[in-house]
Design a binder for this molecule. Structure first.
Ligand code: SF4
Length: 487
């Protein structure tokens, strides 16, 4: 039996699997199949597009062209042969946290359905997409033609801790089929220990479970020994609640001394502000690499919205956590970026949102700025309404519809009045960013970014060779990106 994994990429509140990230789902599926004695092939949605839409031709990017990011993440295999020989195709798909990606476009149900109809093999849908998927915020989940699939299966979720380790370890071999670098998204736990946020599917998908420290280290070391150097401990609802974050980070650094990127993702501000939590923040600053961000899922600074949507933190707690991270983490590291700063997520369209919600958000963000603190990034998005969530059951798109006409203005307010001066504070003109990796062209501009969590985009005049590292001096600021020149 020939199995092929088609990775359409995944993005969830707790876990990223859009290139350059390699998510947990394809790796675990690979491990499951390996443990059953199969030899699965891994291909990407980009491979499928190149093969079935672009006639296997990658056009040279010349003149005013933009790099085609729909066919950027290729495995460079003979896709026609692989598809011809495939008995079962396992499709990994699902975006729950819609975002924009510099060099990837996740596959949607709507996109892949006509392509899959042309394939003569058994098809299984898996990944977070089985709980619904939506690439754009502010909308209900996408309803695709599920008849194209022979099975819709909970492949990635249906095993406990012990077997998860077996699959994680056996799944690591997948990396040999991916020619470009990947940031390996590492799972430290699943489910959520406190949350019941109205928009989130994590508590629906998984019971709260922490992975054992030794098991996480074992998986990272395995990838490290195969040459991987970029890691994010990103698949969890709260990094500070895992089994032993201090020992985990210390051991990773001891066992993987040449690691180039070690970042984390979600942090619940509630678990940052306690007296005993300081040690955890200090350990993150010490053992992780610079440019690191604690993604605080604040979602709203409006106390009414916080209460009605049972969000995970209150505005005063979020403020305290932001202060602590700034005090302990804002020193710059060798690549020019502050070591460890907070990032804030804001969501529009939550239950009971009113005009004063935006006023609360602006007031809080202005206060953060006026206090001299830094936010490494503010993510603003409209809620996607996913099945089984309180958002779907209690509010639907009532508030999204009601306030939609304000969203552009609200977002723009945050971008102009907060993001822009914050970016100037974060990286003043003339500062140097090291090890910036060139990613793509848009006309005569090359876009580059450092490797890591939510890296800042740098626009550089002219066409530099792609997929190389440069040091860059900051010449100006855009709303959410910077311009620079090579030094
Ligand atoms: S804290 Fe809220 S958003 Fe985060 S994982 Fe838990 S329920 Fe989801």
């Amino acid at each position: 039996m020939n199995y092929t994994i088609l990775d359409c990429y995944t993005d969830e509140a707790a876990g990223l699997g859009v290139p350059p990230y390699l998510g947990t789902y394809p790796r675990y599926i690979f491990g499951i199949l390996k443990s059953k004695g199969y030899d699965p092939k891994y291909i990407t949605i980009d491979d499928l597009r190149l093969n079935m839409i672009y006639g296997n031709k990658v056009k040279e990017v010349t003149g005013k062209d933009k790099t085609n990011i729909r066919i950027y993440n290729l495995t460079r295999k003979d896709i026609t042969k692989i598809l011809d020989e495939t008995d079962t195709l396992i499709v990994n798909l699902g975006v729950h946290v819609p975002g924009k990606y510099l060099t990837a476009v996740p596959g949607t149900l709507r996109e892949i359905t006509p392509l899959l109809k042309k394939l003569n093999c058994k098809k299984i849908l898996t990944g977070p997409g089985i709980y619904g998927t939506q690439l754009e915020g502010g909308k209900f989940f996408e309803k695709g033609d599920m008849s194209v699939f022979d099975e819709v299966k909970n492949f990635g979720f249906e095993f406990g801790v012990f077997r998860m380790q077996e699959y994680a370890i056996k799944g690591a071999g997948i990396i040999k089929q991916i020619p470009d670098y990947r940031i390996i998204e590492i799972e430290t736990g699943r489910g959520c220990n406190i949350g019941h946020c109205s928009f989130c599917t994590e508590p629906i998908k998984n019971k709260f479970l922490n992975r054992k420290t030794d098991e996480i280290v074992e998986e990272i070391k395995l990838y490290y020994d195969m040459g991987c150097r970029y890691f994010r401990l990103g698949k969890q609802s709260d990094f500070y609640s895992i089994e032993d974050p201090v020992r985990l980070l210390k051991e990773i650094r001891e066992k993987c001394p040449d690691i180039k990127v070690l970042h984390i993702d979600n942090v619940n501000p509630v678990f940052v502000v306690g007296d005993k939590d300081f040690e955890k923040t200090k350990a993150v600053v010490k053992y992780c690499t610079e440019g690191n961000i604690a993604a605080f899922g604040v979602e709203s600074f409006d106390p009414v919205v916080v209460k009605e949507n049972t969000l995970n933190t209150t505005p005063p707690v979020a403020m305290k956590a932001i202060k602590i991270l700034n005090e302990l983490g804002s020193e710059r590291g060798p690549n020019g970026m502050p070591k460890f700063l907070p990032g804030i997520n804001i969501i529009y369209g939550l239950g009971h949102e009113t005009k004063s919600t935006h006023e609360c958000n602006m007031k809080a963000l202005q206060e953060i700025y006026d206090n001299g603190w830094m936010l490494r990034r503010i993510n603003i998005r409209q809620a996607a309404i996913l099945p089984g969530t309180d958002m779907e059951k209690k509010f639907g798109n009532k508030y999204l519809r009601k306030n939609k006409r304000y969203y552009w203005k609200w977002r723009n307010d945050i971008r102009q009045k907060i993001d822009f001066p914050m970016l100037q504070r974060l990286l003043p003109k003339g500062s140097i960013m090291r090890e910036v990796y060139t990613k793509m062209y848009d006309g005569k501009t090359t876009f580059a970014r450092q490797i890591g969590t939510y890296p800042l985009i740098v626009g550089i005049k002219g066409r530099l060779p792609l997929k190389e590292f440069f040091n860059v001096k900051i010449t100006d600021h855009m709303l959410r990106s910077v311009t620079g020149e090579v030094v």
